[in-house]
Design a protein around this ligand. Structure first.
Ligand code: NAP
Length: 248
């Protein structure tokens, strides 16, 4: 069975490890190509955009793909939309494999906002020391609030850092431990954390650390609507593939 996995998330990676043990499933993981050295995958991968919905339709036909799993990051809204449209055109089964969003618990001091621009505004006018963990591409938006000092954590170096007059860069790849996150926030004398509501375990420690240190968190809500057919567990996605196998 020929499957396309739209990747760029830990769920896509976990699913690819399960599929690697299954010679009867021929799957390719697609990456956008944004990360300079992506983590190694145990099954074939391709990299780069398809060229919109038309390009994706052409790819799915040329590769005779039988089902698509959208395992992109919860904030990759455009790729998710393209997958929905292309699969509708070709009448291909589509599964969304995503992690559940984080929910605030007692002690959390979240300021929930709709998007990155609203997160910038939520920091306010008084200069703060801000821990920015929003992903490389969202960093330049914070040039609109140059009064703050930013501790920026990212896998690769963001472009356009010179627009932020006061910043430090921390290059690191998740997972992060609670102790490490508390240390980073204490040593950085952080006043406020900015995070996307990505969900999942590997990056939750920063949220718990902010709670323990009584820090406010500007939490950016997810852009994607909840998919009607979404699973959170890579093993369940494998069962979904089985269920969509055509009879020989
Ligand atoms: P996006 O806004 O939804 O997509 C923008 C364009 O990038 C898409 O139209 C598509 O180009 C290309 N693209 C995105 N994901 C792709 C994939 N898996 N394979 C091939 N092409 C892809 O996506 P984004 O927010 O820029 O995220 C890019 C990638 O990084 C995604 O794969 C996502 O899983 C990962 N990621 C994103 C975030 C985040 O916060 N947004 C965080 C961690 C990881 P064409 O139209 O040319 O096909």
């Amino acid at each position: 069975m020929r499957i396309l996995i739209l990747g760029g998330s830990s769920e896509a990676s976990a699913l690819s490890h399960l599929i690697a043990l299954r010679p009867d499933i021929e799957a390719t993981v697609s990456l956008a190509g944004r990360t300079a050295a992506p983590a190694a995958l145990p099954i074939p991968s391709r990299s780069g955009g398809f060229g919109g919905v038309d390009g994706l339709v052409a790819y799915l036909m040329a590769e005779r793909v039988e089902a698509v799993i959208d395992a992109t990051h919860p904030f990759a809204a455009q790729m998710a939309r393209h997958a929905r449209e292309a699969c509708a055109i070709l009448r291909l089964p589509l599964l969304v494999l995503t992690r559940a969003a984080w929910a605030p618990v007692a002690g959390d001091r979240w300021i929930e906002v709709a998007d990155v621009e609203a997160a910038v505004a939520a920091l306010g006018s008084v200069p703060l020391r801000v821990f920015l963990t929003v992903g490389r591409l969202s960093v330049p938006a914070f040039a609109a609030a140059p009064q703050h000092h930013y501790l920026i954590r990212s896998i690769d170096t963001p472009q356009g850092l010179d627009v932020l007059p006061r910043h430090e860069l921390l290059l690191a790849r998740p997972p992060f431990s609670l102790a490490d996150e508390k240390r980073a926030m204490s040593e950085g004398r952080i006043d406020m954390l900015v995070s996307k509501n990505s969900g999942g375990e590997p990056t939750y420690a920063k949220i718990a650390a902010a709670r323990e240190l009584n820090l406010r968190v500007v939490m950016i809500r997810r852009p994607k609507p909840e998919a009607s057919q979404a699973l959170h567990d890579p093993a369940a996605a494998l069962a979904w593939i089985e269920a969509h196998r055509k009879a020989p």
